[in-house]
Design a protein around this ligand. Structure first.
Ligand SMILES: [Fe+2]
Length: 370
């Protein structure tokens, strides 16, 4: 019998003793043969280490590239996530996580009610659980950092829906919208992916690349979402957000290849929140991307999004990291001292006492927050 770190666990290893989490609840029992799902479960419950039998792992099936990618990234995440680990360890995050899970449960129940029982959407209840979060926490970038720390285990669609709702609400506040409009925008974020419940789960959760047929099937979630809500007594902007959140202002989106002027303004905001969350959040199989890489990715595709909203959004995020310690090119340490309005993803940084303007240094980039 030997002790191993959970990050070193491999499929096929045999657990040598019952494993409990910090709350003394049994997570897995002695004799369990580890599978990818069980290892994910151990990580989800923050089990740091446990005992395994000395024997060679039982060969379940050989790693494919996706498994390998998951394996590498999950280790990388733990080693490089100093900034986010501090947030995860805070009492504030514990409160946030509790409220967050309540919202996830509500949205899950709501989707099920609409699809299987043909029930009306309890907008007020949904809204209240999200508002509790933005009322309790300062609605600024620190909330985005906490969203980043939520581990996405299963229930991907529901967690993503709450994330997008929170980001939408904050954008609405930053844009100076009325309370009533912020409420509608929040519901747009919560409901935008409801059509995914009509797509087979094995396609939605399939790791790796989708086949062209599968991708075409996934794209229909926009139309399904609209159809599920079209006869309900809801603000029209909520229905259009479901239909149009994958449209792009340059006409390269789906389902109708609409351009800027034909896309509802709230759907254009949901599009930004949706992509921001997809890039920054931690999935089991890969770590979220550093906010500055995300900002640069948006800047490279600026014509796809509503420029007024996007510029305000990216500038707010970039500004909030002035004075932040960062990692450059994976191993250099630096401090952000100045934001460049014309290249928000490439600010001015102090590295070893020298000022470096990243907008003039193609060979350097911020790879992590420290
Ligand atoms: Fe979507």
């Amino acid at each position: 019998m030997k002790r191993i770190l959970t990050i070193k666990a491999e499929e096929g290893m045999v657990v040598a003793g019952d494993v409990y989490n910090e709350g003394n609840h049994l997570v897995i029992s002695r004799g369990t043969v580890l599978t990818k799902e069980i290892i994910d479960r151990l990580k989800y419950y923050s089990v740091f280490d446990f005992f395994i039998e000395d024997d060679k792992p039982i060969k379940l099936n050989s790693y494919n590239m996706d498994d390998l990618e998951r394996h590498i990234f999950s280790e990388y995440k733990i080693e490089s996530g100093g900034y986010y680990n501090k947030i995860k360890d805070s009492e504030e995050f514990e409160v946030f996580e509790g409220l967050f899970q309540e919202s996830v449960k509500n949205i899950q129940d709501c989707f099920n009610d609409v699809v299987t029982k043909n029930k009306e959407i309890r907008v007020e209840q949904l809204l209240d659980s999200v508002k509790k979060i933005t009322d309790d926490f300062k609605p600024d970038v620190s909330l985005f950092d906490m969203i980043h720390c939520i581990e996405e285990y299963d229930d991907l669609t529901y967690i993503h829906s709450v994330n997008v709702a929170l980001i939408c609400r904050i954008i609405g506040m930053w844009m100076g919208y009325s309370e009533a409009d912020c409420d509608v925008l929040t519901i747009c974020g919560l409901m935008h992916d409801i059509g995914k419940v009509m797509i087979p789960n094995e396609v939605i959760t399939k790791p790796g690349r989708l086949s062209p047929t599968e991708y075409a099937l996934v794209q229909t979630h926009t139309i399904h979402g609209y159809n599920l809500m079209k006869d309900l007594d809801l603000d029209e902007r909520i229905k259009y957000a479901a239909l149009q959140h994958h449209e792009r202002c340059d006409g390269k989106g789906y389902p109708n290849k609409h351009r800027y002027e034909n896309i509802d303004s709230f759907a254009r905001i949901v599009a930004i929140a949706d992509v921001y969350d997809a890039m920054t959040s931690n999935r089991i199989y890969r770590k979220g991307i550093c906010p500055f890489e995300v900002i640069s990715a948006f800047e490279d595709n600026i014509e796809s999004y509503d420029p007024k909203v996007l510029f305000m959004f990216l500038e707010r995020i970039a500004q909030s990291y002035v004075n932040a310690d960062v990692v450059l090119n994976g191993d250099l340490e630096g401090k952000i001292v100045m934001i460049n309005k014309y290249a928000l993803g490439r600010p001015g940084v102090l590295v070893g006492g020298a000022y470096v303007d990243l907008s003039r240094q193609d060979n350097m980039e911020i790879t992590a927050l420290k």
